[in-house]
Design a protein around this ligand. Structure first.
Ligand code: ZN
Ligand code: ZN
Ligand code: FE
Length: 766
């Protein structure tokens, strides 16, 4: 038999996902000799054997890799054989230039079986894990990924664990966070003051306390959760008080799909999304009635649900809960609390006790949030499981490393390495000083971990954005000499959608959003932009509304209602409509009315128009969390009336067309005063917007001969708007690009900013 030798380099997410033991087993199966080891770029496999067997082996590697592996490239080099004997698994190389960082992985089925097997030595051990599951990103100090580079290095392996760790045939061969009750982390209960309390079964004790309505801080993968029994209305209200949170929904965790189906509708796609190993929070439609406390998601037809993802969660939920509220332990928009001491000092005044462990967390990481929209997953918040996975931007780019600083709300940032873009985990709202510090620290940490030094720093065009100021600070103090460039907010939104879809031909970008600076006292957010390789130009814009009080108008949405009535010349109706706004001081309403004629700053944002309509209809007059009024307007649509719309006008005189929404506002008001049901008005309003945007796009498409659209901006979290537009555009042979893996809200902005530098070059943007 003619022996051959082949060196195979496998790139992608191939470290920390059980790739080497997998290669070992496959090599033995195919009767090959040689070795496998981690190298800087990924995994190196060096094999000898007959050529057909080697070829079959490579096919097997590529076609059936471990569930969590993501292979991006396989290179093979055929060489003369050396007569290697046996197959061995080598240790890691010390170079780490291009390795990917594995994400945190929910506990696997094999580990769960052991967890509940009384004969297993890890029976009921809350930190059980293997090569297929367990914490990764949140415990890695540096690459390559090895026990010594993780926070688990403080736990020396016992003999049993060590033999599993060293055995290539074991499920725990080189499972870096490997642990057992005799050598690994432990769990304990601490009282309010942080003093440890002794209990034989801390989990059962915590379950009892939760059942009594206690509020418990529980340490997890990327930080602490605050938990209460989701069926206990008083406990949930208490939790709202301590978190000082008005209406923003809490997420709940339920043991399995059957439990979830007890209080929410779950489609096939939603079930698949819930069960993915990333275990995101999935936004589902509530079933009514249910025993889940109303205060979990007040004034909301939807509820965010996740399945357990650590052994600890399983142990706790199996104590007999339908669901537990599991909300990130933080206040307002501060970063999630991760360390034990930090938790004690910040939470002792508001929780009843702590469930703690001694496995240190390096990186703060919130749960990810997703929903099914137009039959596919749409990520709303990227956190655990989804970061820090790289996204390959298919542009010929050999330029400088980029740091894109994102937007101010729902901030994420993006770091590039070659043409790989790494979008950070959810950071939060940068207005908060703690969050701003967290932003700076996470940028520095992630740059180190990725071995990338930014030479270009991108920020939003808004001169006063916190992210803009932080970008300047990073360029002056940390990455000295880096070049600062700016990108317009909605241009970045559209580029983000293009980058996600790897599509760089000219598109008509629909940027439907909350708001973004466009200069000259103009806030955009309702534009159709032509975006191509030379830049962007606005082709159509919604009718601008005066923004009285600037940023306050985005929170006190009744202000937008008054602006909307003003532009329609119907200020005579303000008093009548404001009658329903019981909580708003009459003097404030008068003051806003008087200020409008002198207000120079205007907004064409679709988000603000939704706010205005929501307030006119008295569905919601405040945004106690971002998007609340628009969400409630969407949820008010309970019937399908596609054929009914309000009048609107597209004024095509100027280069940038004006979509005149004033007749829509008037139509809404007339219907309201006519006592037309709110559900009908909100549905008609939604379809009118779809109609107007669709027709404007079709006409612009003809004007420029561009048949591809890209939909981005926070307003596309509205499922009625998104699905309606996608359906109509597609049936008119217009290609539609939408988001899925990256948020359509400002959480995806940084990807577009980074893409701008790759597409146009830093010189053109400065
Ligand atoms: Zn496992
Ligand atoms: Zn052990
Ligand atoms: Fe935005």
């Amino acid at each position: 038999m003619d022996a051959k030798r082949c060196k195979i380099i496998v790139k992608g997410i191939v470290q920390g996902v059980g790739f080497r033991p997998f290669v070992y087993r496959k090599a033995v199966e195919h009767n090959l000799s040689g070795y496998v080891k981690n190298i800087g770029e990924g995994v190196l496999v060096d094999v000898e054997g007959s050529q057909p067997l080697i070829e079959e082996f490579i096919k097997d590697l590529v076609n059936n890799p471990p569930v969590l592996a993501q292979i991006t490239d396989v290179q093979t080099h055929w060489l003369e054989p050396q007569g290697l004997i046996g197959f061995s698994v080598g240790l890691s190389d010390s170079s780490n230039a291009n390795t990917m960082i594995p994400p945190d992985i929910s506990v696997c089925d094999a580990c769960l079986r052991e967890l509940f097997d009384p004969a297993d030595r890890r029976y009921l051990y809350p930190f059980i894990n293997c090569t297929d599951c367990g914490p990764r990103f949140t415990i890695i100090h540096y690459l390559p990924y090895d026990r010594n580079s993780t926070t688990m290095r403080v736990f020396p392996l016992c003999r049993d664990c060590e033999s599993e760790y060293k055995n290539p045939l074991s499920r725990r061969f080189h499972a870096e966070p490997i642990a057992c009750p005799s050598c690994g982390p432990r769990l304990w209960i601490a009282d309010k003051q942080g003093i440890e309390q002794e209990f034989d079964n801390p989990i059962r004790e915590i379950a009892n306390r939760l059942r009594q309505g206690h509020i418990v801080a529980i340490k997890g993968i990327g930080g602490f959760h605050i938990a209460v029994d989701a069926e206990n209305q008083d406990a949930v209200i208490q939790l709202r008080m301590i978190k000082q949170r008005d209406n923003k929904p809490f997420a709940v965790m339920a043991l399995g799909i059957d439990e979830v189906k007890g209080f929410a509708y779950v489609s096939k796609e939603e079930e698949r999304l819930l069960k993915r190993w990333e275990k995101p929070i999935v936004i589902l439609r509530k079933k009514r009635p249910s025993t889940i406390a109303e205060a979990v998601a007040p004034n909301n037809t939807m509820i965010g649900v996740m399945l357990p993802y650590t052994p600890l969660h399983y142990l706790l939920l199996r104590e007999g809960f339908l669901a537990l509220v599991m909300t990130s332990a933080n206040f307002h928009d501060e970063p999630i609390i991760k360390d034990n001491e930090e938790a004690i000092s910040r939470l002792s005044h508001c929780v009843d006790c702590f469930l703690m462990h001694n496995r240190p967390i390096l990186y703060r990481l919130d749960d990810s949030v997703a929903m099914i929209s137009i039959d596919k997953p749409l990520l709303i918040r990227r956190g655990r499981g989804f970061t820090p996975i790289g996204h390959k931007i298919e542009l010929a780019y050999n330029g400088a490393s980029i740091l894109a600083c994102g937007g101010d709300i729902k901030n994420t940032f993006c770091i590039t390495r070659g043409n790989q873009a790494f979008l950070s985990q959810h950071i939060g709202d940068l207005e908060n000083a703690y969050t701003a510090e967290h932003f700076i620290n996470t940028v520095i940490d992630l740059c180190k971990l990725l071995n990338s030094t930014p030479e270009v720093i991108v920020h939003d065009k808004h001169p006063d954005y916190f992210s803009t100021r932080l970008a300047r600070r990073l360029s002056e103090e940390v990455f000295k000499g880096s070049k600062l460039v700016e990108v317009q907010h909605h241009h970045a939104h559209i580029l983000s959608c293009m980058a996600e879809n790897n599509y760089y031909d000219p598109v008509l970008g629909m940027a439907m959003d909350g708001g973004g600076w466009a200069g000259d006292l103009q806030i955009w957010g309702g534009e159709i932009l032509l975006v191509d390789r030379s830049g962007f130009r606005p082709c159509a814009s919604l009718y601008p509304l005066p923004l009285v009080g600037g940023d306050r108008a985005a929170k006190e949405t009744w202000r937008m209602a008054i602006s909307a009535l003003y532009v329609c010349n119907r200020t005579d109706l303000v008093d009548r409509i404001a009658e329903a706004w019981r909580d708003i001081d009459r003097h404030k309403i008068k003051a806003v009315q008087q200020a409008i004629p002198y207000t120079k700053i205007t907004s064409s944002s679709l988000g603000r128009l939704f706010d205005a309509i929501s307030a006119i209809l008295n569905i919601s007059i405040l945004n106690t969390y971002e998007g609340e009024s628009a969400i409630r307007l969407e949820q008010a649509c309970t019937m399908d009336l596609e054929e009914q719309i309000y009048p609107y006008v597209i004024n095509k005189q100027d280069e940038c067309w004006l979509i005149d929404t004033r007749p829509i506002i008037e139509g809404v008001v007339v219907d309201l005063l006519d006592s037309c049901p709110i559900s009908v008005i909100s549905m008609k309003f939604h379809y009118t917007i779809i109609h107007a945007l669709f027709h404007a796009t079709v006409d612009i498409s003809k004007k420029f001969g561009i048949k591809t659209t890209a939909l981005s901006g926070g307003a596309f979290q509205n499922r009625i708007l998104l699905s309606g537009l996608v359906r109509w555009l597609k049936s008119n042979d217009i290609k539609v690009l939408t988001h899925s893996k990256f948020p359509t809200n400002d959480g995806g902005l940084a990807l577009g900013q980074a893409c701008a530098v790759m597409l146009y070059g830093a010189d053109k943007l400065s």
